[in-house]
Design a protein around this ligand. Structure first.
Ligand code: F0G
Length: 460
């Protein structure tokens, strides 16, 4: 071996915490995961990666990493069968075994019908709803919950619009910890609520919205030894970033032109963007996809921050949308998201309730399906194509964040024509009628079924 070449090309470097605002460094965060100097958020960074010269220089060799991750696909070890821990060279070092439900490993689907609806030649979706608890949250929960256990916490907690809580409750249960869920009363889908009950969480429905739940939790973690599992916890984002690494692996390391993601609390866009920048820095990809974030019109503080204040500040708002997962008016990670949108030259758009419902039905018609919050991606893509930001020949990947079964009430109301009622929503209701397929109640006879079949056939 050439003595100038470091012996190990995939050795794991130590991770540190760095404040995104004032840059101060730490090896340990307080329970609120905020910088004690300026109060802003921490991010995890890896000093070893940033030494272009010296003995550490080429420790993380891109081709060696790709090969190592490929080889692990044939391993039966728990950490290797996790689609998150398979990429552990780019994660903070965990000393014990991870808490894993074999998260990640999610499919990349072609969406031919949606491509046509959006006006692009080809369209793909990475379906993070195919995770163990049916949302993208599992990829971040396996990392953060594992670090909570390593630090000896007995209780973990989160405020949630439903998916974080479902995921946290599952991983806490698997890891032998207790979990405390704070959710806005009456504002999350019962599918998600039922998950956290079944996984054994102490579930508190607070008479407030998501942002109100966050406030209560922030105070709680200062007073009780409870580990905070919201996405202000940077260990969550490290796990979530592996979705982008896995995506690029699925694309044989050829970056798409665009990646489009829903924006709520803005942790996921921050995580995916961080992965893109790190992959570029490590030589795993040669150019950056544009990362665009889409919000619902009724929960659009990030969109407004960019349009009205050029990203200089974010004005919290009272959020309202039927896509309850992203009903968030004061997103914690907006500065991180802004940074990655700017670094990748992405866009930020907003879409209406009617556009979300239509896009969700179209994703369903491609045999894939997703929850309402995920459908903002397709609705946003349509707008970005119309604006010329996305060219018809460019390659686009939508990140679908939650499974179609997460919010069956929305889907049923949509198909029964009950989603948009009242004069104010009449326009939405008419536009969607062609996509509705309400169930039909019939007498139990073959003739009745045949008649229905023939009638539908004649309409096509
Ligand atoms: N899509 C789904 C299905 C979600 O559950 C969320 C967030 C998002 C998109 C937005 O991601 O917050 O990282 O920008 N759900 C959180 C929760 C807030 O509590 O489950 P984000």
């Amino acid at each position: 071996m050439n003595p100038a070449t470091p012996e190990t090309t995939t050795e794991i470097p130590a991770a540190r915490l760095r404040c995104i605002q004032c840059g101060s460094l730490a090896d340990h965060a307080g329970q609120d995961f905020r910088c004690p100097s300026c109060g802003d958020l921490y991010e995890i960074f890896y000093p070893g990666w940033q030494r272009p010269h010296g003995p550490e220089a080429s420790r993380l060799d891109a081709e060696a990493l790709r090969q190592l991750w490929r080889d692990r696909k044939s391993s039966l070890a728990a950490a290797d069968t996790s689609g998150v821990w398979r990429f552990r060279e780019l994660l903070p070092v965990l000393k014990a075994d991870p808490i894993t439900l074999r998260e990640g490993n999610t499919p990349l689907y072609d969406l031919p019908g949606c491509a046509q609806a959006a006006g692009v030649e080809a369209l793909q979706a990475k379906h993070q709803g195919m995770n163990p608890t049916a949302s993208f949250k599992d990829t971040g929960m396996t990392t953060a919950a594992s670090f909570a256990r390593q630090e000896g916490f007995r209780w973990v907690a989160c405020a949630s619009t439903g998916n974080t809580s479902a995921s946290m409750a599952a991983y806490a249960a698997r890891g032998g910890m207790r979990s405390l869920v704070l959710i806005p009363e009456g504002q999350i889908s019962w599918g998600k609520l039922s998950q956290s009950l079944d996984y054994g969480a102490v579930t508190c429905q607070l008479r407030t919205d998501f942002d109100g739940c966050v406030k209560v939790l922030s105070e709680l973690v200062r007073r009780k030894p409870v580990y905070l599992l919201n996405s202000v916890n940077p260990y969550r984002l490290e796990g979530q970033k592996t979705a982008a690494i896995e995506l690029l692996e699925q694309l044989n390391w050829q970056p798409p032109d665009h990646i489009i993601v829903p924006g709520g609390n803005l942790g996921n866009s921050s995580a995916l963007g961080k992965a893109l920048l790190e992959m570029r820095d490590l030589g795993l990809i040669s150019r950056l996809p544009k990362l665009s974030v889409i919000q619902a019109e009724g929960a659009n503080p990030f969109y407004r921050s960019i349009r009205e204040h050029a990203g200089a500040k974010l004005v919290p708002m009272q959020a309202d949308t039927l896509a309850t997962a992203i009903r968030i008016g004061n997103p914690a990670s907006w500065k991180k998201a802004l940074r990655v949108v700017q670094a990748t030259e992405g866009a930020v758009e907003q879409v209406s309730e009617g556009e979300i419902a239509l896009a969700k039905a179209e994703i369903g018609c491609d045999g894939v399906g997703c929850e309402p919050a995920s459908a903002v991606t397709l609705a946003g893509l349509k707008k970005l194509v119309k604006q010329g930001f996305v060219k018809p020949s460019e390659t686009v990947v939508l990140i679908l964040t939650g499974h179609v079964l997460k919010d069956p009430e929305f889907t049923l109301k949509f198909h029964r024509g009950d989603l948009f009622t009242g004069a104010a929503r009449a326009k939405d209701a008419t536009a969607l009628a062609a996509h509705q397929r309400a169930p039909v109640a019939l007498d139990a006879t073959v003739d009745a079924v045949i008649q229905t079949l023939e009638q539908v056939d004649s309409e096509r």
